[in-house]
Design a protein around this ligand. Structure first.
Ligand SMILES: Cc1cc2nc3c(=O)[nH]c(=O)nc-3n(C[C@H](O)[C@H](O)[C@H](O)COP(=O)(O)OP(=O)(O)OC[C@H]3O[C@@H](n4cnc5c(N)ncnc54)[C@H](O)[C@@H]3O)c2cc1C
Length: 408
């Protein structure tokens, strides 16, 4: 007889683990399990990102991203302190390098003020006191930004979950979901798991999990690869903290930037190119099913037309190191192609709706017996503990989770 769990989470990334952690904090005696298809946790987005603790400056006031990145950032810092995970609130600069970026910088500054972020507008000289090698006309200095290794955070969350009685199953890929009077059954290749309530935190595959449960989500995940270079050790002195460009407000990505990682390496990137495989970390990675799904999805062509110019620039930057370096030289003129070596890439899960909109905010959809996190791109790692707390707050108490058949 298989155990009937109160809560089953699909996905062992930082969002799934934060959710399991929050549920056990709220309901310590609940039976919880996390299913992860890979042989280790945090294998995808959580283990392949910039490691920045975002302040929340970029996001629309009142949005979940704005609220959760601020609240989540605080929860994250206090979790790191109690679990002895190194992090540093090193601050960051967002630099305008051309006259036409100054109004955008001012808008961003106003938005940051509205979001209650600690920041200041600084001139060229003040910028160079913070980042001696950076060049720009004007910049925003954001004090509330920092760095951490999210894989370490995920591992610490897993440790707490296990110590609190939760189960974590690796190499457990959810393939089929059926609902009956005895709960929801999730079939994996080696075992079937039963639960009263299901939580979908499957990142790059969240739309597919929702679909196999019969949910009409009206969206699809589009995978965007982010490619990174790394500064050679002898050039690490060029970057003290985090140096970002002014982002294009109509594009959901932040532009290539310099990031000092918590282990001392300096990363440059990521760009944003369509990945031909959902978990395609290399340019040559291709999966027919994933590729065909994007190409036959009409809303993709709508955004491809809308963002043709920006998308084309990103493609060129992907194939030409000199173009990539040229973008970086806008921030640090003395950086040269020879100073940079390729580093590990990441793939972002970005939701695109049937009416052709890239979903801007986090998207959480629930029905009577399940909840689905359908858009959790950056800053979801920063915000993860807040997302987990929100989900735990929306879910019925363990014994109240209803066991009834859902309409399809
Ligand atoms: C290049 C890049 C840079 C980023 N930089 C930052 C940053 O600096 N700061 C920040 O806050 N955020 C950043 N992000 C965003 C952040 O990394 C993600 O928002 C966050 O990691 C999402 O976590 P997740 O748990 O939803 O997804 P994931 O970490 O992808 O986890 C989902 C998990 O579900 C598992 N899974 C999928 N399907 C199944 C199945 N059928 N059965 C079982 N398991 C399954 C996967 O194997 C995976 O482990 C960045 C992302 C990228 C890609």
């Amino acid at each position: 007889m298989t155990i009937l769990y109160d809560y089953l989470v699909i996905g062992g990334g930082i969002v799934g683990l934060s959710t399991g952690y929050s549920l056990l904090q709220k309901y310590p005696s609940a039976k919880i399990a996390i299913l992860e298809k890979e042989p280790e946790l945090a294998f995808h987005q959580t283990g392949h990102n910039s490691g920045v603790i975002h302040s929340g400056i970029y996001y629309k006031p009142g949005s979940l991203k704005a609220r959760f990145s601020r609240e989540g950032g605080e929860l994250l810092r206090s979790f790191c302190t109690s679990h002895e995970i190194p992090y540093e609130m090193c601050g960051k600069v967002i630099v305008a390098t051309e006259q036409n970026e100054l109004p955008l910088l001012q808008n961003l500054y106003n938005r940051g003020r509205e979001n209650g972020i600690s920041l200041s507008l600084i001139n060229r000289e003040q910028l160079q006191e913070i980042e001696p090698h950076a060049s720009g006309l004007q910049a925003i200095h954001v004090k509330d930004a920092g760095i951490v290794n999210y894989k370490q955070v995920a591992q610490a969350l897993a440790k707490v979950i296990k110590a609190s009685g939760g189960d974590i199953f690796l190499q457990a890929k959810a393939e089929k979901i059926t609902e009956g009077t005895e709960g929801i059954e999730v079939e994996c290749s080696r075992q079937t798991y039963r639960t009263r309530y299901l939580i979908n935190c499957a990142g790059l595959h969240c739309d597919r999990i929702a679909a196999i449960q019969g949910l009409q989500t009206k969206m699809k995940i589009i995978p965007f690869r982010g490619e990174y270079y790394e500064l050679k050790p002898e050039k690490k002195h060029l970057v003290k903290h985090l140096i970002y460009p002014v982002p294009n407000p109509s594009f959901p990505f932040l532009g290539v930037h310099f990031t000092r990682m918590i282990d001392g390496h300096i990363h440059a990137g990521p760009n944003a190119v369509l990945s031909l495989k959902r978990e395609g970390y290399r340019k040559t990675d291709f999966l027919w099913k994933d590729f065909a799904e994007v190409m036959t999805y009409p809303p993709f062509w709508k955004i491809a037309r809308q963002h043709f110019g920006e998308g084309w620039k990103e493609m060129v930057r992907s194939f030409s190191k000199s173009v990539f370096v040229h973008s970086l030289q806008r921030l640090i003129p003395e950086v040269q192609a020879a100073d940079l070596v390729r580093s590990e890439n990441g793939v972002r899960a970005q939701a695109l709706t049937h009416d052709g909109k890239l979903v801007d905010d986090f998207l959480i959809v629930s029905n009577q017996r399940s909840i689905h996190i359908l858009n959790a791109p950056s800053p979801a790692a920063t915000a993860s503990l807040s997302i987990g707390r929100e989900i735990a707050g929306k879910i019925p108490e363990p014994h109240r989770a209803p066991i009834i058949r859902l309409g399809r």
